[in-house]
Design a protein around this ligand. Structure first.
Ligand SMILES: [Zn+2]
Length: 411
């Protein structure tokens, strides 16, 4: 059982047991989920959110029945408001609405409607199958939420005895986090994933595995985010293309991966380079490879992106925005331009790598934003061979990195 992998006192993974039970790759994917992404110290602190909720409750904004306040229609409308503001597909919002009306077809609700059925949980076989049990109290749900990117310890949630107060409490708590939209999105997709898993267990006899369910959650959220970017590319793209003429730091929680290629149309050869920096503009690592064959500049640019994503996968850098100065290549990767047949294999490789990471976006940036990667590509194409530099970088890269973050360079 997965809950045997969790230390019940510390609510942390038993790392030694994970190492014994899983391959190194699986273990690293499990441990990856141990980070609370939505606070600066990367640990989930329920107290801060709880304080906020108490504050809001006193001010009547939670819609809960606070001291001297009436509950009723305002409470309901606050629940719907929270649902409709979530960035999720309509079918998931509709599902949450059913949950908030306590009319999901869990066995206890079916019994109430005199449908003949047993009352036990479809996932664990214990207890009465209520909405609160399925989503927050069941062993499966507890392991799933803890393994999810939210790393929620649902046993400690206020309102855990009922679905609606728990939904409201978690959403309000997550609203105070720095990446509120994404955090709430994880929560909604997580509820949906539990429901799907429960239904597969009940109707098809599928065995419910929290780690598999977490992986499905990660895939579903990253697929949804990728399609949203295809549908609404204007937002980030417009801001970038109109404003950014020099390199910009990525938002906190994301790493920026600049990619570039150097290519000789005469020799049909060249080199590719990539540079990975954090939200302070600090170098994490850089690298590249020379002596590569390529039939076009665009092919080389896509090769650069594939190399960079390979490095991200190797170093387990899972939340990245990839920047390249090939507008056509970025459009292809974002599904806005047709992929030329000789590039299909490369684009497929890149998509396969994207699926192994948690969050990847592809952004076009003019050359003036891409000087560091340009310098690396130039260097490796002259030197040949495969190179990787750590956070200390190399001397010839320093000026590009420093000028990108506007440091005064003294000679
Ligand atoms: Zn259960």
């Amino acid at each position: 059982m997965v809950n045997e992998l969790i230390n019940p006192l510390l609510h942390t993974w038993k790392e030694d047991m994970i190492a014994r039970c899983f391959t190194p790759e699986e273990a690293s994917r499990i441990s990856d989920k141990l980070i609370w992404h939505f606070s600066t110290h990367e640990r989930y602190v329920i107290r801060s959110g709880y304080e906020l909720a108490l504050h809001l409750q006193r001010n009547g904004e939670l819609g809960l029945k606070g001291a001297g306040e009436a509950s009723g229609s305002s409470a309901k409308s606050s629940v719907w408001k929270l649902v409709w503001h979530v960035d999720a597909p309509p079918k998931l919002k509709a599902f949450i609405c059913l949950g908030c009306s306590n009319i999901l077809a869990v066995r206890q609700n079916l019994c109430k409607r005199r449908v003949s059925c047993t009352g036990e949980c479809g996932l664990c076989g214990l207890n009465d199958e209520t909405q609160a049990h399925i989503f927050f109290q069941c062993d499966f749900a507890r392991a799933f939420w803890f393994a999810s990117p939210l790393q929620l310890d649902v046993t400690r949630l206020a309102g855990g005895e009922d679905f609606i107060p728990t939904w409201r409490y978690v959403v309000m708590t997550l609203s105070s986090s720095e990446h509120a939209v994404e955090a709430i999105q994880w929560f909604v997709f997580g509820l949906w994933r539990i429901w799907k898993t429960r239904n597969l267990a009940v109707f098809e006899g599928a065995k419910a595995n929290p780690i598999e369910a977490t992986h499905l959650l990660l895939n579903q959220v990253s697929e949804y985010r990728a399609t949203q970017q295809e549908v609404q590319p204007h937002l980030h793209q417009a801001i970038r293309t109109s404003v950014a003429q020099s390199w910009c730091k990525p938002p906190q929680g994301l790493l920026k991966v600049n990619c570039d290629a150097a290519w000789s149309s005469h020799l049909l050869r060249g080199g590719v380079g990539w540079v990975i920096r954090d939200h302070h503009g600090l170098l994490l690592c850089a690298g590249g490879e020379g002596d590569l064959r390529g039939s076009s500049a665009l092919m080389m640019e896509l090769l650069a992106i594939r190399h960079a994503l390979n490095a991200c996968a190797n170093f387990q850098l899972t939340h990245v925005m990839v920047e390249s100065d090939t507008q056509r290549g970025i459009s292809m990767l974002n599904g806005q331009a047709t992929v030329e047949s000789d590039l299909e294999g490369l684009v497929f490789d890149i998509q396969r790598l994207v699926a192994t990471l948690s969050r990847v976006s592809f952004v076009f940036a003019p050359r003036s934003c891409n000087r560091a990667a340009h310098a690396v590509a130039g260097f490796v194409s002259k030197q040949g061979g495969n190179h990787v530099w750590d956070h200390l970088g190399t001397d010839w890269l320093f000026n590009s990195l420093a000028s990108d973050v506007n440091l005064a360079i003294r000679y």
